[in-house]
Design a protein around this ligand. Sequence first.
Ligand SMILES: Nc1ncnc2c1ncn2[C@@H]1O[C@H](COP(=O)(O)OP(=O)(O)OP(=O)(O)O)[C@@H](O)[C@H]1O
Ligand SMILES: [Mg+2]
Length: 375
Amino acid sequence: MHVTHLSLADFRSYARVEVPLDPGVTAFVGANGQGKTNLVEAVGYLATLASHRVSSDAPLVRMGADRAVIRAAVTQGERSQLVELELNPGRANRARINRSSQVRPRDVLGIVRTVLFAPEDLSLVKGDPGERRRFLDELVTARSPRMAAVRSDYERVLKQRNTLLKSAAMARRHGGRGMDLSTLDVWDQHLARAGAEVTAQRLDLIAALQPLADKAYEALAPGGGPVALEYRSSAGPMEEAHGREALFEQLTAALAEVRKQEIERGVTLVGPHRDELVLKLGQMPAKGYASHGESWSYALALRLASYDLLRAEGNEPVLVLDDVFAELDARRRERLAELVAPGEQVLVTAAVDDDVPAVLAGARYEVSGGTVQRV
Ligand SMILES: Nc1ncnc2c1ncn2[C@@H]1O[C@H](COP(=O)(O)OP(=O)(O)OP(=O)(O)O)[C@@H](O)[C@H]1O
Ligand SMILES: [Mg+2]
């Protein structure tokens, strides 16, 4: 798929901007702080309902405005669609597809798909486990948009279960006999049901991603691997075959085992929100061991693998390369450029023309002082 038109109102630094786009490569070039990343951040938001830079929507709304609108015309094969999101920080966001009346924001998932490379990706390797969980979950949703609903069910159940555990912990501290814990059993079931689905999808994704990540790492840093993706579940070691029912049983049993601690601490200790994706380089975990350059190659390899996977499954995404070439040495720059050049649509940002490799010749836009002009 590709985006044929992007239109922003009160998004970040833009009061209004209209950007017609072609398939193939488009580069946004301009000095620091002119609004290049803001453009691709908006495209990424349509794909994931989140920014790759901030965790809340408030900074996405232009200072002084009270809502932002991102609109994109999207073409997939013969089909064209118009998606629109209105960001209302502190209130519910709104969405429309083909100008029809309201749909839920998550209904737009799957229309725009992106794989986005950005300097922030280094935290995929070096950051907290939450970064890697987010990576997995966003890709799971890109493969299968219905998972957005399962994930939000899980989040909701987790929140309610934590509230219940907190009040149990409070009651205990104040010397009460505690509360009726049969309610907790019901929440355990809900949590294990949704949790099993989330875990199964993640495991399935990791199995598909593993060989592609290894191949991508080898292409970027020959002889530097192998890379291995290991899922470490808070419910204990996972069986090779991971059917939903087996995962459900395992989560249920693990919850029963930690219940006493959970009531003491007032939080849920088992479930996909506590699981870890361990990224190994050779025998060692990349986090804490890999060099800066190796960590960068690893992060890029994960993104390239994501791209290969979505493409192989018939969901060709828009590739976004935000400021990545400046961070790479000449050799890796050329390799990355060659790997992505044939993409259906590739959006690149760079501070200077020279940072855009020659094989990525295509359309150029100059971004300066809130204007985006084709050159
Ligand atoms: N909510 C907002 N309201 C108004 N301006 C904003 C808002 N959020 C960010 N900006 C402005 O947008 C600009 C940053 O834009 P962006 O990150 O797209 O820059 P860039 O062109 O990618 O720069 P660099 O080359 O440094 O990466 C900053 O000047 C910032 O002040
Ligand atoms: Mg930028």
